[in-house]
Design a protein around this ligand. Sequence first.
Ligand SMILES: [Zn+2]
Length: 269
Amino acid sequence: MPELPEVETVVSGLRKHAINLQITHIHASDEKLAHIAQMTDLIGKTIVSIDRRGKFINFLLDDRRVLQIHLMMSGRLFLRHPKSPEDPWTRFLITLTDGFQIRLSDPRRFGLVSVLSNHEYILFQHRLGPEPLSREFTTRLLAKRLANRKIAIKSALLDQTIIAGIGNIYADEALWHARVHPETPAGSATPNNLKRLHRGIRRALKEGLEHGGTTFGIYANAVGQTGNNQQHLNVFRRTDKSCLRCRTNICKVVVGGRSSHYCPKCQAK
Ligand SMILES: [Zn+2]
């Protein structure tokens, strides 16, 4: 699933082109999304800004409503010239004033599209945890978010209401940077653990951003290029390969239903 760095990469690609353009046409080839395509009152609205919040993509419109897209497992958002060949699995398509199209290509069809009122958008913002790359996200805030929680720290990092935007890849990478075992109870992390984890989260996400995101299967940015952060991962999907820090073999354990990769020496329990 695309995580913060991948979604941010898509958003910055869209932002370069689509701001201040009007929606002239909406089409859904998937029944699940037909109700949104039928909202003809979105036509003529101008895209004022495109923001990422957690793993959500938000098109803020000039009437203060928000067209929101979540890519889920396999969604990709492409910005395409009207004459460029059709993208397979396109479920939803927006045409802009200059003819360019934003296409949601989504083979597994789990991606979500919705339209939020301004009030619903404010409530949505409050439901999500803080943005880990924002200035407000300090070690102190991280400590507060994790305090008294008995769940595994890995599961806490994946909980979007605790911190927004982190998924399986960057959680494993952050814990490796921090030298924290994924099954450590979140509320029992020491001040030192928290300090390293805060740094580790930001480092893992920034590395992902610098490398244009991680592509293991389908992820691509708004112009269809894959990321290359998969070549720079320290621990994720490196089971039985040697730790880049201490050469011990990387292990895999299931935490909260998700595979978690860690170094048994650097990240001892
Ligand atoms: Zn190690």
